[in-house]
Design a binder for this molecule. Structure first.
Ligand code: ACO
Length: 320
């Protein structure tokens, strides 16, 4: 049986690290409020000349290095992002160019906001299982600082910039064991950025519009359900999960999924305090942090899960 297995991970955070106290100088908020409601303490913000593709390319270089591969051994590039460099071409093709990959491998973006990495990983898994790719570079990269209204305290405290990357390689041993993706477009109003380029103009607000409590309730419910489904459909039990590597939106959402599965917070890779919500980048950033810190070890079972605007959500069970 052909599996897709993680052969290397990498991540990158912009140098500018912004604390809750820094934000409290700009909007009417406090470290106490942000910490109590979200668990976030810091987030990183990209420099003006740093694009999503720059963050993605740096994370990818580190993942390639960890996998012991050079760029031209990659035969598929997928970038999950809701903050691409341009309307087109895809950020993935820009990353391909920045990495000096000249083998002409397919490169495309997926857009599922905070669930983007689950969608990208699942797509790359299908390519590898079907024999269409041997080594896939799967990246989550975002510059959400560019789509938050820095005068809106209800959203600007939540997000950060960053990138995480995984090299997924064909292997005879597991590997991604099971994955599940879901979407429901009826929840568009809970979370969106309505702005678009059309007829020579930018129309609609370019900033995040969010019903925070509505998102919170929906996320808690759907993440518990999809975690149950993936574990059960794979023939596993929650007790066999060594680490949950969740989307890092809010500590309270993460705690509720762990509690639902009957797992303690000691089994959760938690980075929300240091990164904030980096959307599609948050799961691969947490994964790389967990691996490089020595928390996650080869052979362990990981449950990755995330949800975001759309709504779109997904979970992946894999053996590292
Ligand atoms: N600082 C201080 N006060 C604030 C802030 C702030 N940054 N933001 C809002 N408040 C105030 C509100 O104005 C409100 O005041 P009021 O009672 O006088 O009207 C009060 O705090 C409570 O506001 P709520 O929105 O009810 O607060 P809640 O407990 O729901 O927490 C939060 C808000 C943190 C946004 C929470 O709803 C949440 O985390 N939701 C999930 C959102 C999320 O994760 N979005 C990310 C994208 S989707 C994803 O990644 C899953």
């Amino acid at each position: 049986m052909q599996y897709a297995k993680i052969s290397g991970t990498g991540s990158y955070l912009p140098a500018n690290r912004v604390s809750n106290d820094d934000l409290a100088q700009k909007v009417d908020t406090s470290d106490e409020w942000i910490t109590a409601r979200t668990g976030i303490k810091f987030r990183h913000i990209a420099a003006e000349n740093e694009k999503t593709s720059d963050l993605a390319a740096e994370a990818a270089r580190r993942a390639l290095d960890a996998a012991g591969l050079n760029g031209n051994e990659i035969d598929l590039i997928i970038v999950a992002t809701a903050t691409p460099d341009m309307q087109f071409p895809s950020t993935a093709t820009i990353v391909q160019q920045k990495l000096g990959i000249t083998n002409g491998c397919p490169a495309f973006d997926v857009q599922a906001v905070c669930a983007g990495f689950m969608y990208a990983l699942t797509t790359a898994n299908a390519y590898i299982k079907s024999g269409m790719a041997k080594n896939a570079l799967v990246i989550g990269a975002e510059t959400f600082s560019r789509i938050v209204d820095w005068n809106d305290r209800t959203t600007c405290v939540l997000f950060g910039d960053g990138a995480g990357a995984v090299v997924l390689s064909a292997s005879d041993t597991p590997g991604i064991i099971h994955s599940k993706l879901k979407a429901d477009g009826n929840y568009l109003k809970l979370l969106n950025v309505p702005g678009q380029i059309a007829c020579g103009k930018v129309s609609g607000s370019p900033y995040i519009s969010m019903d925070g409590p509505g998102v919170f309730k929906f996320a808690v419910k759907m993440l518990s359900k999809i975690a149950d489904d993936v574990i059960e459909e794979a023939g596993y039990t929650a007790a066999q999960i060594d680490w949950i590597v969740p989307h890092q939106a809010n500590r309270r959402i993460i705690e509720s999924t762990a509690k639902h599965l009957g797992l303690s917070m000691d089994k959760v890779v938690l980075t929300v305090q240091d990164h904030g919500n980096t959307s599609a980048a948050s799961i691969p950033l947490a994964l790389d942090t967990g691996i490089r810190s020595g928390q996650i070890k080869r052979g362990q079972n990981l449950l990755l899960e995330g949800i975001g605007g759309g709504f779109a959500w997904g979970a992946v069970l894999l053996q590292y």
